[in-house]
Ligand binder design. Structure first.
Ligand code: PGA
Length: 251
């Protein structure tokens, strides 16, 4: 039985005051949940505040990215070991904004996932197709290629610690959510791809959906057989919406 998970990806948003409010509400929310985990992924500079605020709670904290190197002359960058040292247990890897704006290729994403794992961080690895790729019928091929790169660069041993998030790019921040059937179809494919390596690991790996998840569509998505929770962007900055989305994991 997989435990549901809701991850709040604050992206480059928030200040200390907003973080305090979001932490407070997330603590209340997590305490209400039976079989679901809540993870908050604030911008790097807010990580110490969120880690401190969540001490002695069930809430975990994650980074939004890590550098491909362990340390050294990489001005402005943050390594996996630093995230780990600050108390993070998770890190988002290969978000489509990193892929499209900052050059994270499939290979880089796979290597970052491996590096995260080596620092004891659970990578939340994002995959997903563009609108044009969906319209041309290439969704399965694209997702398969992205997942294959994870096996090639990081290996099956990072599962089931590694989490995969299916985030169709056309649904991110657009208000245009994938339908539950569209999302389930791709989640089913991803689980099948992991199963080709190991049935047991496929069964235990969490697959999250991300892309315009809101309070009013979360439950319909989360009831699907291969959707184990959500990676939430915009709605994770609104405490009421985030709470409703977390509650939606309870069916
Ligand atoms: P969204 O973002 O919920 O605002 O669509 C999701 C994400 O980018 O992780």
């Amino acid at each position: 039985m997989r435990r549901s998970m809701v991850v709040g990806n604050w992206k480059m948003n928030g200040d200390k005051a907003q973080a305090s409010t979001l932490i407070r509400e997330a603590i209340v929310t997590q305490a209400e949940l039976d079989a679901a985990d809540v993870v908050l992924c604030p911008p790097f500079v807010l990580i110490p505040q969120v880690v401190d605020g969540c001490i002695d709670t069930e809430i975990d904290v994650g980074g939004q990215n890590l550098n491909l190197n362990k340390d050294g002359a990489h001005t402005g960058e943050i390594s996996g070991s630093m995230l780990s040292d600050q108390g993070c247990r998770y890190v988002i890897v290969g978000h489509s904004e990193r892929r499209s704006l900052y050059g994270d290729t499939d290979m880089v994403v796979g290597k970052k996932a491996a590096l995260a794992n080596s620092f004891g961080l659970r990578p939340i690895i994002c995959v997903g197709e563009t609108q044009a790729e969906r319209e041309s019928g290439s969704t399965a091929m694209i997702v398969q290629r992205q997942v294959q790169a994870i096996f090639d660069e990081a290996g099956i041993h990072i599962f089931p610690d590694a989490i995969l998030a299916y985030e169709p790019i056309w649904a991110i921040g657009t208000g245009q959510t994938a339908t539950p059937d569209q999302a389930q179809e791709v989640h089913g494919l991803i689980r099948k791809l992991i199963k080709q390596h190991s049935s047991r690991l496929a069964e235990h790996t969490l697959l999250l959906y991300g892309g315009s998840v809101k309070a009013d569509n979360a439950q319909d998505l989360f009831v699907m057989g291969d959707i184990d929770g959500g990676l939430i962007g915009g709605a994770s900055l609104n405490p009421d919406d985030f709470r409703e989305i977390c509650r939606a994991t309870q069916g």
